[in-house]
Design a protein around this ligand. Structure first.
Ligand code: 1HN
Length: 350
């Protein structure tokens, strides 16, 4: 058919449209404009006790040079291609062995690590050496050079959180390897943490990075401080009806989330806690720091215990329960900052 031919049948008209890389909206309207969010992501739990031996297996089977980063990806059964843990975010378990170095690289995706076990590894972020201890939250904001080196004597494992699913869906992914010898540190070890640790006392001689105001200047949020913050509240605050004593790690310049795309939180759920069910458009990934309990997501019940990782997709109804006897502590991260920035955050108590 030439471009001047006029189709005489519906079928011919639809075929001609497809041939022009065009399509009839009326055949897809409901899929494109659902009454409420429809997500292929499912609620899922990854048991740490099952992942750990596999991480240890690959720590001897595969050199860190071959791997770039030795990371077990936690892939949502509904989000396998491309692999992601929830719509916008990734979770993985990284293992590094004594004597190993994961070379310096950078990516436009924002990242953080939450340390699960081991001691003695150091990550260097844009020239600042940061020592990692269990429970520490270390930031690797987008396009910051970073490497990991381990001079301790036990395997070191941590949770990696990245926003690469979001960054790649925006076609904004860049990656670069630093193929020179590692440069000497540019600042005294842990200086950013020491300068900002007290939260309400900021250094007057520094100014926020005006190009990246939504990136926290803090390299490490140490567990010792996090524990102190929770202990200071003890049983005196009521907390959130859905998430218990939920504290947000903040950017000291803004009081807002630590990264432009990722909010990170720690929660203490008291023994016997029953959260009110709700849903919100933000997706969340949880890591159990201590204790055990269950999270009901729609019709799925996720029974979690220490060190497990689980996810709650956006707009899924969920509630947490902790049995009587002992408290639970949950680290979590969320794409809520993205949804809020774009005016797309909604929540509903059910
Ligand atoms: C990455 O570069 C790191 O730098 C960790 O340690 C986890 C997961 C997916 C893609 C890149 C790291 C990663 C990653």
């Amino acid at each position: 058919m030439t471009s001047t031919d006029v189709p005489t049948t519906d079928e011919g008209a639809y075929a001609d449209l497809a041939g022009l890389a065009a399509a009839p909206l009326w055949r897809q309207y409901g899929d494109l404009m659902p009454a409420q969010p429809v997500s292929p992501a499912v609620a899922h739990l990854w048991p740490y006790a099952r992942l750990r031996p596999l991480a240890l297996h690959f720590s001897t089977a595969l050199s860190i040079a071959e791997a770039e980063r030795r990371v077990l990806m936690l892939v949502n059964p509904g989000l396998t291609d491309p692999p992601a843990t929830v719509n916008t975010l990734f979770a993985g378990i990284q293992i590094i062995m004594p004597g190993e170095t994961a070379r310096t690289h950078r990516h436009s995706a924002n990242a953080f690590r939450f340390i699960i076990e081991g001691d003695g590894a150091v990550t260097t972020v844009n020239g600042e050496r940061l020592r990692m201890h269990p429970g520490d939250l270390l930031l690797t904001p987008g396009w910051h050079w970073h490497d990991h080196a381990h001079d301790g004597d036990t395997p070191m494992m941590w949770l990696d959180g990245l926003d690469y699913p979001l960054v790649n869906s925006l076609h904004a992914g860049f990656f670069e390897i630093y193929d020179h010898p590692a440069p000497p540190p540019r600042t005294p070890d842990e200086l950013s943490t020491r300068q900002f640790m007290h939260g309400r006392l900021n250094p007057t001689w520094l100014t926020p990075d005006t190009e990246h105001p939504k990136v926290s200047p803090v390299g490490n949020y140490p567990w010792a401080e996090t524990e102190r913050a929770l202990a200071a509240i003890a049983d005196d605050a009521q907390g959130s009806a859905a998430e218990g004593i939920l504290l947000e790690y903040t950017n000291p310049w803004t009081g807002g989330p630590v990264l432009p795309t990722i909010g990170a939180r720690i929660a203490r759920l008291r023994a016997g806690f029953t959260g009110l069910p709700r849903r919100h458009t933000a997706s969340t990934i949880y890591h159990v720091v201590s204790g055990s309990g269950a999270t009901t997501v729609g019709d799925t019940r996720l029974d979690w215990s220490e060190r497990d990782i689980f996810c709650v997709p956006g707009w899924a109804q969920y509630s947490h329960q902790v049995p009587p006897g002992s408290d639970a502590t949950l680290f979590s991260y969320t794409d809520e900052p993205v949804l809020r920035t774009l005016g797309l955050y909604r929540e509903q108590w059910l």
